[in-house]
Structure formats: C-alpha cells, structure tokens
Design a protein around this ligand. Structure first.
Ligand code: ADP
Ligand code: MG
Length: 671
C-alpha cells in the first residue's frame, strides 16, 4: 500500500463511503491523511449539569427522549433530546442534523460540547458536538472535529482515522529542509493530539509545508515561462515621446515607470508576464495604451480583454480616440458585434492592430495573424483556462507577452507566494487633482432625511448619481430592495429627474444604450446591480449609494466606490445598511480609508485568502493551514525553496512533492 493508493484500500472504507469521500476531493490515502480537523474539542474537564452557566460548556452524560421534527420555517429540522448526569438533566437541540437520532445508544456515555443559552423561553444546549466517552483518549481529553462531508460526519471521520492508525507508517519525508520524521509526526498529532502544544507544532509544520509547495509552484511556473520564446518588440523612444506629449494630461510618475518596465520586458525574447496593479482611477488603461502602441509600431497585434461588454465598449471608445490618430487600427469584438465574420477575417489578415473584446474574443474561430501582446483587464474575472486558450492563439509557437491589470490590490504576502511567478508594477500615485471620496455609513431609515437632500444637490449641480442594489427582481424572502423597485421608488420620490436602471440580464444593445445615456449625462440617476463594479468611467458621476452594503466584501465595495471620484469635483459614497445592527468592521474601515492596498490587507486578515481570491480562482487557493499574513514563515519558506531549486536533481528526487504541487501550478500558469 502507498500514499497514492485509492482511499478504498483503507479499513472501513467500502465502495459507498469511498464514493462520498471522492466527491469531496478525498481520493487517495494521502488526501485522507491531509483531511485535517477543523478544530479540537477539549473534553478534559466537563461541568456537572447542575453547575452549568450560560456560554460554552462541556458535559458528560447519557441521552434519551430523542425526537426530530420540521420547524415551521421550511427546510429546517429540529432534533431534540435530554442529557442526564447524576446532578440533573438538560435539553439539547440541533438544527438540520437529524442524523443525531441515529448517533447515540441509550446505554453509552457521551461528551457534549456546545453553547448553553436561552432560546425559545428556556435554557438549552444548542448544537453541541458529541463524542462517545470510550472513544476519547482520556489522558488528553482532546477530540478532533472534522468538517462533515455529505453523510460522513465528524465522528465517522474519527472512526475511520482510528481504524487507519497503523497506516501512518506510509508517510515518508516530503521536504529535504525539515528533519526526518517530522511530517509523519505532524500528521499523526493533527489527528491524535496528545497536547495543545503538539497540535501547535503539527500546524506549524503543515503551514510551512503548504507555503513551500505554493512558492515552489510559482517559481517553477516562472522557470517554464522563461523557457518560452516571444516576439521582441523594440523600444521606439521618439515615437513614444511624441505620443506622450500629445496627451491632454501629464503621465504620473508611476505610469511612466510601469510603461518603462513593460517596454523593457517586451524587448526580451521571453514572454512578459506582468501584473499591473493600481487602485481604481490610477490610470491603468493609459499604460495599456502605451504598450499597445509600441506593439502596433512593430507591426504586431494586440488583444485586450475586458470583463464585461460595457467595459469593452468603453475601452474601445477611449483607446480608439487616442490611438487612431496615430494610424493604429482599433476594433471592437463582443457578442453584440454585427458582421462578425468580416471582422474576424480582418483580424486573421492582420489588418487590425488592436482588438478589444470580452470572452467572445476567445471563441475558437478568432484567429490572429501575429498576436504579440494580450492585455487582460481585471484578471480576476477570467479563469485560468480562458487565459490559456488565448495564449494558444499565438502563431508560430511564440507566446504572446501578457499584461494583467487589476484594481484588487495584491498584498505583498500573496505577491511572494501565489503570484510569485509574475513581475509586478504598481501605480501607487493618483493623477493630479483627484478629490478624495467622502464615505458615510447610513441606515436605511435615514435615507430620506440625510441622503435625499444630497442627491438633489448633486443633480442640481449638473452631476450624476449611481445607486447600487443587490438584486434584479424582488424576492419576498429577503429584505433587499431590487433594482427595479428601487428605480420605481426613486422615480416617485424625485419627479422630473431622469432615472434609469441597468442589470446584467438585459440584452447587450439595451445595456449599451443605457450606459451611453448615462455617459452623456442625459440620465441623472442610474440604479444598477454590480455590473458597474469594474472599470466604468463616467467622471461626472459624483455620488454613489450602495444598498445592503454589509452583504459585499471589502474589496468589492472599494471597487464599486471607485466609480465616483474620477473627475475634479468632490465625491460622496453612502453605504446603506438594512438592519439596526452595528456597522461591521469592514464598513467602518471603508469609511475611514480609501487606500486600496491598506483595505486589501484588512480584508485578507478578516476573511482569509480563500474567501477573497480562492472563489475567484476555482478554490485552488483554499489553504488548509498556512496564513498568508504570516510573513516570517513565508520568508523562511521562500529562502528554502530558492536553495531547493539550486539543485536540479531535487526535482527528480522529491517525486511526491513534485506531483503534489501541480494543482498550485495551474493557479497562475499561462502556458
Ligand atoms: P483605472 O483603469 O486604473 O481605474 P483609468 O485608466 O480608467 O483608471 O483612468 C481613469 C481616468 O483617469 C480616465 O478618465 C483617464 O483618462 C484619466 N487619466 C489617466 N491617466 C491620467 C493622468 N496621468 N492624468 C490625468 N488623468 C488621467
Ligand atoms: Mg480600468
């Protein structure tokens, strides 16, 4: 037996159980050992029932009178029972855990750990975890809690793990940088801890191992990228100078520096793989325009991908205005484009220098004559596979240069680990004359009194308003006000003011027309879903209201807010909260700061990277243990990876390691 055998070889794992495990990504013996407890209960010192106080308690006793019923609210089952010890009895309640009916036998004793609280007119123990007394190692009292996977509950995992106790011998050393046997001991202690200290040691090792793998994967991606060939784009100093001089504004120092880094990259025979980060409004598009101009001068083609059609149209309008006078042919290709095949012919013949589009650009029959630069705006909107597709479009085996632009700032810790294969440019300087955005949290009941006068004032100054809603249609089950009913309400409350609404389910042509009327200033208030989140640029809009603000992540709120404050006038953002709850830390941070990098760090701490970047990148970033804010451990792992890579033999010798990191490699790889 070895670690890469199918889970089904394990004791107690029959075909049915194996199927469930596989569905949750536990396919091999290795996966099984790496399915780590989410937490530990400490059953060491149970309280007697008579002495329980409200709050977290552990008790020990027998359970009976188990019943289960449906609650009035649909989709909720309530399972109840009574636990007794020799001092008294207490009611226990579980929600949606009807399997508890079958978990217990009346003659056995169990530990229960949960919250003792006042609910529905009486005190009870709410949703406790439970473990059979005879199964707990009483010398430690520590009991691992596993995430339930379908029918397999925490206690099932405990049972299976116990049955496989003798299989830990299969775990050999993974990394040359750690003492022999440490890995096996760490995994064993994670599942069968003998003290709190041993849990900590186990987690420290496993976090290190995880970071090592992540950093190694990124480094290998970088090495692979460096092996590829790309078309060299010569730096045309004079032409670029003329172009910059013709602009209606002066480039910021940060824009100049980023453009210069890009020009240097593209002069090399290897594909550029650069990430351009800049807060909303920092002028990333201008940098992309400079890069595109340079490539077009070399008689090569550029593709620019935008996350939405609205944004593609806007980029097209902007870039066409700047680049066409210089003789660059710019075209737009989206789902709504008419006479597509003619345009595609032109692209194939090389008659178009710069093509701007959405994912429609990625359809298989769009061919380029000589695609040398791909610019991706708001990278997080594109999956890895979509990016790969585009890279494959490069002719003659040469890979295009790649410039990825993002307004979601990447904290330094992520830069070193997950994005370690990318070179980074940062626009950390705003164009001159920008006004700060004043952000205010309001409860919904305050809108009439505090927000309405501000909206009237904004409109009377000739400026415009965004009003962002969560949902398109009304849903009786939630309290959120939809785009449609909010627009109707505002139309009643502001007679004579032009109001329209916009959402993602509209036809592209309809969306474009609405956006066009807003851009021109005909529409004064635009009620919209988050389709306006990224990139939309209407400098005359100076007020934004975000309804149900507490339901968005920090990064997303910051993105949304960046739609205002783009012109010379002072701008305002109102965060509406629905309940009378205290505003969350997220909202208070947003009220205080407009620095995207600072907010990204806060977000990373509050939610963890899996939440922020993981969902966007197919969950591949859900680190089991390591914290990406642990900069000391990151630095150590990084140094160790670099020395590991010094010796090419390691790549052959450490087979399990190399196989294990392929999932991370797919995270950012572009080739
Ligand atoms: P981002 O994509 O980084 O959010 P944009 O590229 O859309 O920002 O630029 C925001 C606005 O700032 C645009 O209207 C753009 O024309 C303008 N802009 C870009 N660079 C400068 C500059 N150096 N000085 C003044 N305005 C600029
Ligand atoms: Mg942009």
């Amino acid at each position: 037996m070895d670690l890469f055998d199918d889970v089904e070889v394990l004791k107690g794992v029959g075909p049915k159980t194996a199927e469930t495990l596989r569905r949750y990504g536990i396919k091999t013996v290795r996966d099984f050992f790496y399915n780590l407890p989410r937490d530990y209960e400490n059953y060491e010192t149970p309280t007697s029932i008579a002495e329980m106080r409200p709050g977290k308690v552990v008790i020990r006793g027998r359970i009976d009178a188990l019943t289960s019923r449906r609650a009035r609210r649909r989709n909720l089952s309530v399972t109840e029972g009574v636990v007794r010890d020799n001092t008294g009895a207490v009611k226990v309640v579980w929600f949606n855990q009807s399997y508890r009916l079958r978990q217990f036998s009346p003659e056995k004793e169990y530990y229960f750990s949960g919250n003792y609280e006042f609910k529905n007119g009486r005190y009870s123990l709410i949703s406790p975890s439970a473990a059979e007394v005879s199964e707990i190692d009483l010398s430690t009292g520590l009991n691992p809690i596993y995430v339930a996977h379908g029918k397999l509950k925490s206690h099932d995992f405990r049972r299976l793990m116990t049955a496989s106790k003798d299989k830990f011998v299969l775990i050999s050393d993974l990394l040359p940088t750690v003492k022999s046997g440490v890995r096996k001991e760490a995994l064993f202690q994670a599942h069968f801890p003998h003290s709190l200290k041993s849990i900590k040691n186990a987690r420290d090792y496993l976090a290190y191992e995880e970071l090592f793998e992540l950093i190694l994967a990124a480094r290998l991606n970088r090495q692979e990228n460096e092996k590829l060939k790309a078309v060299k784009i010569p730096f045309e100093v004079t032409k670029i100078r003329e172009f910059v001089a013709s602009l209606p504004f002066k480039l910021t120092g940060a824009q100049k520096k980023a453009a210069w880094q890009i020009f240097q990259d593209m002069e090399k025979g290897q594909p550029m793989n650069r990430l351009l980060q800049g807060d909303v409004g920092s002028g990333k598009t201008m940098v992309a325009a400079l890069a595109a101009y340079e490539v077009a001068l070399a008689k090569q083609q550029v593709a620019l991908l935008a996350p939405t059609a609205i944004l593609a149209v806007q980029h097209y309008d902007n870039l066409k205005r700047i680049l066409e006078p210089l003789g660059i042919k710019v075209a737009l290709l989206t789902g709504a484009t008419k006479r597509k095949s003619e345009l595609k012919d032109l692209i194939r013949e090389g008659a178009i220098d710069l093509v701007i589009g959405t994912h429609a650009l990625l359809t298989d029959d769009t061919e380029f004559k000589n695609l040398a630069l791909v610019v991706i705006d708001e990278q997080h909107r594109f999956g890895v596979e979509q990016r790969q597709k585009l890279v494959l479009k490069s002719p003659s085996g040469k890979a295009p240069h790649l410039l990825t632009m993002t307004a979601t700032p990447i904290p330094r810790s992520l830069q070193l680990t997950v994005f370690g294969d990318l070179d980074a440019s940062v626009l950390d300087e705003m164009p001159k004359g920008r006004q700060p955005i004043t952000t205010t949290i309001l409860t919904e009941v305050e809108t009439r009194e505090k927000l309405y006068p501000k909206i009237r004032e904004t409109v009377s100054l000739g400026q415009q308003v965004y009003w962002v809603c969560k949902a398109i249609d009304d849903d009786p089950r939630t309290e959120t006000t939809s785009v449609k009913s909010r627009a109707a309400k505002l139309t009643r409350d502001f007679p004579g003011i032009q109001i329209e609404f916009l959402h993602g389910r509209m036809k592209p042509a309809e969306k474009d027309a609405i956006m066009e009327r807003f851009s021109k200033g005909e529409t004064k208030i635009l009620v919209s879903t988050t389709v306006v989140e990224v990139g939309v640029d209407v400098p005359n809009a100076t007020l934004m209201t975000i309804e149900n603000a507490e339901s968005y992540g920090l990064a997303q709120l910051h993105q949304l807010r960046g739609r205002v404050g783009r012109g010379q006038a002072a701008s305002y953002c109102y965060l509406l909260t629905s309940g009378d709850l205290q505003p969350s830390r997220r909202l208070r941070e947003l009220e205080k700061s407009s620095d995207g990098f600072y907010l990204a760090e806060v977000d990373l701490k509050l939610r963890g990277p899996g939440e922020i970047y993981g969902a966007l990148q197919h969950g591949a970033l859900d680190l089991r243990i390591a914290s990406l804010s642990d900069t000391r451990l990151i630095a150590r792992a990084q140094a160790d990876v670099l020395s590991f890579l010094q010796n090419p033999e390691n790549m052959v010798k450490y087979k399990e390691l190399m196989e294990g990191i392929t999932k991370y490699q797919q995270l950012t790889t572009l080739n």
